[in-house]
Design a protein around this ligand. Structure first.
Ligand code: GTR
Length: 438
């Protein structure tokens, strides 16, 4: 790139970034902005690259088998999937990609820091919680918030959506001083759902190095793995946080723990998928623009690659994952297998048209190649050969997908689609679709 063009691009970036800084937006938002600009590539080259791992093309053979056991047997029924193959795949992900999470806590204590019964003009009860988990006599505590609709059905229980918030508090503000489409609490409550949130950094700081590891939950529970190989890493720690909020939800009388969804954006989306894979109590998983290490197939090497993600975020993954820098083809797993671990529960993958860094087509193909797991349960899946057009969500059986116009973000439009999907999954009437708004 000529020097002049480069400095123009840099100037353009700062022109865009400064007002965000002034508004006090988080480091992540700037990160997103920088990445989107750096990763921008012409749409043509994106779709040309998209041919890799097409469902009908040759490269599909390169993906590790979903429905074949380690000793070469075909998995033809749910029993074999649940008793043999599912565990094999989970083991491979823990060993080579995300690291080994500790056992579930021996006990959990949830304290109300504050309860406000007439939040959102009386529409919801807001609880500010301190969740303390104890394992082998060690305790780690973090804070979470939940808003529960005051109007509830006769059963007294509502379904809930838990957001893993990887951005600043302003983007998911439980006090609602700042209202953002990243977490449209008012709409969620209005539609009859409770919603909870925790800050990823209150569980594990988003930084590499020993000091950061010690500063979060991993400093208290070291987990069964070895930090030099398969020790648990930041994404697994965030998934652990989501699991502890789920523990709380099981105790909360106003929440129906059989209808809890976990959702995350980008790095939070990776953690949401992992939480859903590790913990079958989540009846629904939503991955929004999760990209590399999330829903996108690693072997495509489109947008963010394994080397790139390990270079910038070495703390997200187990040390073993670094072995696959520039060697994606040697990975014992690919991301479709992570998604398949969510079957037969609900899974919705959301992409964004301009989010080339997250490889939208790779995210769709991740879901497409995971679909055979749902079919084992006799459930229909979306057409794996056909990537849906922009802004036309497709829901089939218990899986859903959309590619929204616009860039890397979690928007109110995305949320409406996810709630429509949840309505359908849990047989609640959906609202009519709207046009996207950025
Ligand atoms: C980027 C990273 C992505 C994605 C994103 C985000 O910098 O490369 O994998 O996680 O951050 O979390 O917004």
């Amino acid at each position: 790139m000529p020097v002049a063009t480069m400095s123009l691009a840099t100037a353009g970036f700062w022109l865009l970034a400064v007002p965000w800084l002034v508004l006090g937006l988080s480091r992540d938002s700037l990160d997103d902005l920088a990445v989107n600009r750096a990763a921008e590539m012409p749409v043509d080259s994106a779709s040309a690259a998209g041919d890799q791992m097409t469902v009908d093309g040759e490269p599909e053979d390169a993906l590790p088998e979903l429905l074949q056991t380690a000793d070469g047997r075909a998995v033809r029924d749910v029993r074999m999937w649940e008793e043999v193959r599912r565990g094999e795949i989970l083991e491979l992900f823990e060993r080579w990609v995300y690291g080994r999470s500790p056992d579930a806590p021996d006990s959990l204590e949830v304290a109300d820091i504050e309860i406000e019964e007439a939040a959102l003009d009386g529409a919801a009860t807001r609880k500010h919680l301190r969740i303390a988990a104890t394992l082998d006599e060690k305790t780690f505590a973090f804070e979470a918030w939940v808003l529960i609709p005051n109007q509830r059905p006769e059963s007294g229980q509502v379904p809930a959506m838990l957001l893993i918030n990887n951005r600043g508090v302003r983007q998911a503000d439980p006090m609602r001083r700042n209202r953002s489409g990243f977490w449209p609490v008012e709409e969620i409550i209005e539609r009859g759902y409770a919603t909870a949130v925790f800050q990823t950094r209150s569980v594990d700081p988003d930084r590499p190095g020993h000091e950061a590891r010690q500063a979060g939950v991993r400093g208290v529970f070291s987990g069964p793995g070895d930090p030099e190989s398969d020790g648990w890493a930041t994404l697994a720690a965030w998934a652990w946080g989501a699991q502890r909020v789920m523990d709380y939800m099981e105790k909360e009388p106003a929440i129906d723990a059989k209808r809890v969804g976990v959702i995350g954006h980008s790095r939070g989306g990776k953690a949401a998928l992992l939480a859903g894979a590790l913990d079958q109590r989540f009846a629904l998983v939503v991955s929004n623009n999760s990209g590399c290490g999330g829903a996108a197939l690693s072997r495509r090497r489109v947008g963010e690659t394994v080397r790139e993600i390990n270079r910038r975020f070495p703390h997200w993954f187990a040390a073993n994952f670094k072995r696959f820098n520039d060697r994606e083809e040697d990975l014992p797993v690919d991301q479709h297998q992570l998604l398949a671990l969510i079957a037969p529960r609900g899974l919705y993958v959301g992409s964004a048209r301009e989010d080339h860094w997250a490889d939208p087509q790779g995210e769709f193909l991740g879901l497409a190649h995971a679909s055979p797991a749902w079919r084992l349960y006799g459930l229909s899946t979306l057409d794996p050969e056909q990537m849906p057009p922009v802004d036309e969500p497709v829901i089939e059986g218990r899986t859903g997908y959309h590619i929204r116009s616009g860039g890397h973000n979690l928007t109110a439009w995305d949320w409406t689609r996810y709630l429509d999907f949840a309505d359908r999954l849990w047989e609640k009437p959906a609202k009519p679709p709207q046009k996207p708004q950025e």
